[in-house]
Write a protein that binds this ligand. Sequence first.
Ligand code: FMN
Length: 198
Amino acid sequence: MTDIMWDAEIYEKAADAKTLASSAAVPSLADPRQLRNTLGNFATGVVVLTYRSGDSYYGVTVNSFTSVSMDPPLVLVSIQRTSRSLTYLLERPFTVNVLGDNQLDTALHFAGKPQAHPVEWVTDGLAPRINGSLAYFECTPWAGYDGGDHVLVLGRVMNYGQQDDTRPLLFYRGRWSALAEESDDTAQDRAQGERNRT
Ligand SMILES: Cc1cc2nc3c(=O)[nH]c(=O)nc-3n(C[C@H](O)[C@H](O)[C@H](O)COP(=O)(O)O)c2cc1C
């Protein structure tokens, strides 16, 4: 509670000190599209949360994924209250599949745009996962918190893995993106930097 009060005080002080942008430059908070567009400047990766219900496997595409804690190991996603997945994610194990830049079809499929080629499931863990993903985290539900028109779902990581030969799928300003290819020169500079540090 004390921490929360402290945060609020900081915000008040910042506003008093006019450290925030002048009101003329502040866009109207009444325009959700403008706010969403501006939030889209924060580039993210893309994950699909997958879970089992009966004999079937389901997923939902999400970019609100973030790591939260190492001890215990916790991750967070923010899920729309209207999402069909929400109740499942709060009550059963799920896998966070971090998508590679060759998995755009998968991202679209689980964002409500069914694609022709079904995903290949791996079913030997706590929850189903998508074969070929860049990384995965198998989670059990830890907590759900009010997040306005979303619910913040925390998962406790029980198992995880990654593959090194894949690059991430990115989402930026409402568009899919990928990392720029690293030139040989840049890679060599970086390798040299690493050597100098050690
Ligand atoms: C790039 C991208 C990111 C998304 N991120 C989220 C998110 O963080 N939280 C969320 O609830 N929905 C997110 N969505 C929307 C869901 O994928 C979409 O509403 C989905 O159809 C919900 O499926 P469900 O109702 O079966 O759970 C995102 C969609 C895209 C394309």
